[in-house]
Design a protein around this ligand. Structure first.
Ligand code: OSB
Ligand code: MG
Length: 378
């Protein structure tokens, strides 16, 4: 595959309602899309990638304008240089080519996703088939933001349950934790329920965190800071609720450490956070080999990221429902044909590549910035 252009397209997607976590309230998302144009045996193919970095560096150190800068200045030129030196660019090798640039995993992941999409479209193969998905649809869970009051939260949860979501995840933070969870348990009974703290607590909060044990949660996600693997292990030993890591797991190596040290009973796998779908699949294999349940996390993706995530979540080690909700969970208008909830499931696309693409008129309307990087003709 010969890449002839990489376009970096920033889009603006308003959220239907604000989404509040322990670290921010979002009212819109500005994902960076990576559009790769390539020639394969003289035939032009397009591939799409979606960068999951948020507008501000609050979930991880990456942020959308920073990912655009590193792609434009380093990552894309490195690929072109590699290609000019006579090497073939493939999704399987791009991670290795970009290895000299430290970190910037979400930026790398978006570029790899676009290359993989182009490669698979050119060969007529779907993401699901490439990953080795064993099912045609995946169970859909929903992530519920912090609300202004408990009655309001109960309404929101009730509506999601009525729509058919099979698992509820409540965002929590100090001061919004035990009581909202108790209220949801009391009102809705024995539903599959879990919580996500997005690193808002410290080990000093262990007595509060242990109180979650009375609610029979599926798991608690990332109570402590990103770097606190040892402290998560200490906390896990004193809690009955299974410990799940999100922010801390940035690579297969980190996942192996977390498992070995007892810091993770469960792993949330997000391709963007770990540098792409190839690494995400490695983590899936590692978790499966260790008997660690995995599930597919989300970052409010458009239909592009949702397509790839649903395909990944079709692998057999994804034993818990993912944060793969319908397009209308967050968006009035998705970039692609919308993903819909059917009996609590999301269908995995079957057409080549992602199986979906941006609707041109919607993309044009949502675009706020574009840049193009082409090979240096020096
Ligand atoms: O921690 O899983 C998280 C959204 C943005 C950043 C971090 C997280 C989330 C979510 C939403 O929980 C997941 C989704 O896309 O449905
Ligand atoms: Mg999380």
């Amino acid at each position: 595959m010969n890449i002839i252009e990489v376009e970096l397209i920033t889009v603006r997607m308003p959220l239907k309602s604000p989404f509040t976590t322990s670290f921010s309230t979002q009212t819109e998302r500005r994902p960076l899309l990576v559009k790769v144009t390539a020639l394969e045996d003289g035939v032009q193919t397009i591939g799409w990638g979606e960068c999951v970095a948020m507008s501000d560096p609050l979930y991880s150190e990456e942020y959308v304008d920073g990912t655009r800068a590193v792609l434009e200045r380093y990552l894309v030129p490195m690929l072109f240089a590699h290609q000019a030196a006579g090497h073939e660019i493939t999704a399987e090798t791009v991670g290795h080519v970009l290895r000299p640039i430290i970190g910037h995993r979400m930026a790398k992941g978006a570029l790899e996703m676009a290359i993989l999409d182009a490669q698979l479209r050119a060969s007529g193969r779907s993401f699901a088939s490439y990953f080795g998905a064993t099912v045609s649809k995946v169970k859909s869970g929903v992530s519920v933001g912090i609300a202004d009051s408990i009655p309001e939260l109960l309404d929101v949860v009730g509506n999601f349950l009525a729509e058919g979501y099979v698992r509820i995840k409540l965002k929590v933070k100090p001061g919004w934790d035990i009581e909202p969870v108790r209220a949801v348990r009391e009102k809705y009974g024995d539903i599959p329920l879990q919580v996500d703290a997005n690193a808002a607590y410290t080990l000093a909060d262990a007595p509060t965190l242990r109180r979650f044990d009375e609610f029979d949660l599926l798991l608690i996600e990332q109570p402590l800071a990103e770097d606190d693997l040892r402290q998560h292990a200490i906390l896990a030993k004193t809690m009955r609720t299974p410990m799940c890591l999100d922010e801390s797991i940035v690579s297969a190596e980190r996942a192996a450490d977390a498992i070995a040290w007892g810091a993770a009973d469960v792993i949330n796998i997000k391709a963007g956070r770990v540098g792409g779908y190839v690494e995400a699949k490695r983590i899936h294999e590692l978790a499966r080999a260790n008997g660690i349940p995995a599930w597919c996390g989300g970052m409010l993706e458009s239909g592009l990221g949702r397509a790839a995530n649903s395909a990944l979540a079709g692998l057999p080690g994804f034993t818990l429902p993912g944060d793969i909700s319908a397009s209308d969970r967050f968006y009035e208008q998705d970039l692609t044909e919308p993903f819909v909830l059917e009996d609590g499931y999301i269908k995995i696309p079957t057409a080549p590549g992602l199986g979906v693409e941006p609707i041109p008129s919607v993309l044009a309307e949502m675009t706020v910035h574009t840049a193009s990087v082409r090979p240096d003709r020096g």
